[in-house]
Design a protein around this ligand. Structure first.
Ligand SMILES: Cc1cc2nc3c(=O)[nH]c(=O)nc-3n(C[C@H](O)[C@H](O)[C@H](O)COP(=O)(O)OP(=O)(O)OC[C@H]3O[C@@H](n4cnc5c(N)ncnc54)[C@H](O)[C@@H]3O)c2cc1C
Length: 378
């Protein structure tokens, strides 16, 4: 006779990026059994500007993730296609660290505290009789009391979960590579505009300069390759032109992602607590998505902790509280990011704004502080 049994985890986390790893680490430290599903092995590069707002750094430190080797950044430069520039101090500032290092550091710490990992893609999440049933691409099935969705901007899972935006094609794609360039300032994150997009430059812990840009398909579709696009469109911005001329690309080929969407999403879907980009992506120019992913993971860990500890705190209440907290913490920033992005991509308006803002440091200061949050409290 065969005995079959099911292991019931407290929490299953779909996606081991910043949001998934942070929530797993926090919940495991709080004493729960956590299993993370991640489709890629660590370490791996990710398309991202790699500027982490300072608001997330003390909480990461509390979780045992030191960023002492990261590059300290406290200045911002913005340039228009015509080469007009705006410079500002970043009041809170941030650090430059590659996702290759940061995600891997979180992964190693999570494993150290007992988080378990399955390196397979999740194909379905079903909620039945107060239990989540998660199935992977290999057909293996796992069970848990709570599920966190932290699978990033877009995944086939959105379709399985019948999320509202599943059918809409996103008009954005993103490109990133590391470069070697002596003399690039450590303390500066630069944002440069070009036709149909914009790109960020900042240093990482390895000394490499990360160049990451977001561009509309509309602008990209006329050219044959990234090299061609860099030469003929991106380089029209004089600063980017000079950078691409002088810097030496360190990746064999740039990393790319398509279907980068900024649509509104729900913070809870089919009883799954959504974290990071799965709940909503802020426009990259705000340099805040990573801090938001980390912060949303903390809010999720606290709400889930309450659900497990307090008998009278229902699942329904947990879902309501998480949604409310999420909107209160990130709603305003997302709205502002959306509006700023439209401005940044409109050449003439941007020229005017840069001209005005360079005469009004308080305007730029207020914009920067409103797209960022306060230091995450723990
Ligand atoms: C061009 C660009 C530049 C940016 N620059 C910055 C910046 O400078 N600063 C900043 O703070 N933010 C920036 N962001 C935003 C930031 O990258 C994201 O907000 C952040 O990565 C969100 O983390 P996450 O954990 O939600 O998602 P991710 O880091 O994308 O992690 C999701 C994980 O889920 C895994 N996964 C997906 N589907 C499945 C599945 N079915 N099964 C198992 N695993 C799965 C993926 O492999 C991935 O590892 C930028 C974004 C873009 C597009």
């Amino acid at each position: 006779m065969y005995l079959s049994y099911v292991i019931l985890f407290d929490v299953l986390v779909v996606g081991g990026g910043l949001a998934g790893l942070t929530s797993a680490l926090d919940l495991q430290k709080k004493g729960y059994s956590v299993l993370v599903f991640e489709k890629l092995a660590y370490p791996h590069h990710k398309v991202c500007g790699e500027y982490v707002s300072m608001e997330a750094v003390p909480y990461l430190d509390y979780l045992g993730i030191s960023l002492l080797d990261a590059v300290s950044i406290n200045k911002m430069v913005l340039s228009t296609l015509k080469g007009r520039t705006l410079q500002a101090d970043l009041a809170m500032g941030g650090v430059g660290i590659s996702r290759y290092t940061l995600d891997n550091r979180l992964y190693l710490k999570a494993r150290e505290v007992g988080v378990m990992f399955v390196f397979e893609s999740v194909v379905s999440v079903i909620f039945q009789r107060e239990t989540f049933i998660i199935k992977t691409e290999k057909g293996t099935v796992y069970h848990a009391k709570v599920a966190i969705g932290a699978y990033g901007k877009r995944s086939a899972l959105d379709k399985q979960l019948q999320r509202g935006f599943k059918g809409e094609k996103s008009p954005w794609l993103a490109v990133k590579a590391h470069y070697k360039l002596d003399g690039f300032p450590d303390d500066t994150v630069a944002l440069h505009n070009f036709r149909g997009g914009y790109g960020g430059l900042s240093k990482t812990e390895s000394g490499a300069v990360n160049f990451c840009y977001l561009v509309s398909y509309e602008s990209f579709k006329e050219v044959k390759s990234i090299a061609h696009f860099n030469k003929n469109v991106v380089s029209k911005n004089p600063f980017l032109g000079q950078f691409l001329e002088e810097a030496q690309q360190l990746f064999p080929a740039p990393e790319t992602i398509g279907q980068v969407g900024f649509e509104k999403k729900s913070a809870v879907e089919n009883h799954i607590i959504m974290c990071g980009d799965t709940a909503g992506l802020i426009h990259p120019l705000c340099g805040n998505g990573m801090a938001m992913a980390i912060h949303s993971a903390k809010i999720a860990a606290e709400t889930i902790d309450c659900f497990f500890r307090e008998m009278a705190y229902s699942r329904n209440q947990m879902e309501k509280d998480y949604t409310k907290q999420w909107r209160k913490t990130f709603g305003r920033r997302l709205w502002l990011g959306r509006n700023l992005q439209s401005l940044l991509l409109h050449e003439k308006s941007l020229e005017v704004v840069v001209q005005l803002a360079s005469k009004s440091p308080s305007l730029i200061k207020s914009l920067i502080s409103n797209t960022h949050g306060k230091t995450i409290r723990f």
